[in-house]
Design a protein around this ligand. Structure first.
Ligand code: ATP
Length: 235
């Protein structure tokens, strides 16, 4: 479904991605692991068209999207939820979700999608009139993901959804991602919380200094001594 081939990204003199290759098949959750600065966010930004690669190619469902505009990429069903719970704090939960439908012309379809988000996240439904900024961190994260769902993703690009959340809340966010995937949406999940990500992922890649250094089924990565040592706290 998504194929990244030999991708290079430079920020001025910084060579952030160095010939990175990875893939996501239809129906998969793929975890992208790595330390701070490894190039995870840059990978998602390149896929969604927010940064321009200096080399390599990105293919989505067979089409070359390497230099396509971000809004065209989103319209193909590649929806990026950036790091940091960017909800509109003075808009209500419902208004935030409505914004997710900006590319959808059919208002009945937007209403149906919002209702599906409320079914998936009943506690958001109870807060539909509440301002986004008054929600807890975990609820804001769920709202950001819910808004992306209204856009109608075929592949969801999630950047660090567990960031700054308490362990129990991380578990609910991961459960939400697994539920979304069970509904047919593929997921590319960037996480520093490798344990949480590998619990729900089918496969994973480990990135270091802009290169993929390890890949494989999530179950194998969970047991791999290099992953255990570097990303699972050495236990
Ligand atoms: P984090 O978890 O901290 O976001 P990451 O794995 O997502 O880390 P990136 O944010 O993709 O890593 O950064 C990869 C490299 O590119 C780092 O060396 C970073 O300092 C550099 N970088 C990222 N964004 C920019 C930018 N806008 N300008 C210059 N350098 C950047």
């Amino acid at each position: 479904m998504l194929e990244i081939r030999g991708l290079d990204v430079h920020y001025g003199g910084v060579h952030a991605l160095r010939g990175l290759s990875l893939g996501v098949a239809q129906g998969e959750i793929v975890a992208l692991l790595g330390n701070n600065g490894a190039g995870k966010t840059t990978t998602l930004s390149a896929v969604s068209g927010l940064v321009r690669p200096s080399g390599g190619a990105i293919l989505f469902e067979g089409a070359d999207i390497t230099r396509e505009h971000p809004h065209r990429i989103t319209a193909r069903g590649l929806v990026h939820v950036p790091e940091g719970r960017r909800v509109f704090s003075t808009l209500t939960v419902h208004e935030n979700l409505q914004l997710g439908g900006y590319l959808v012309r059919d208002s009945a379809e937007i209403r149906r999608r919002i209702e599906r988000v409320y079914e998936l996240l009943p506690h958001l439904a109870q807060r539909r009139g509440q301002q986004g900024g008054t929600l807890s961190g975990g609820e804001q994260q769920m709202l950001a993901v819910g808004r992306a769902l209204v856009t109608g993703p075929r592949l969801l690009l999630l950047d660090e959804p567990s960031m700054g959340l308490a362990p129990l809340v991380v578990a609910s966010v991961m459960e939400l991602v697994a539920d979304i995937n069970a509904g047919g949406t593929s997921v590319l999940l960037v996480e520093q919380n490798a344990a949480a990500a590998l619990r729900i992922a089918d496969r994973g890649y480990v990135i270091e200094n802009g290169e993929c250094v390890l890949e494989g089924p999530a179950a194998g990565l969970r047991e791999d001594p290099r992953v255990v040592q570097a990303y699972l706290g050495g236990v």
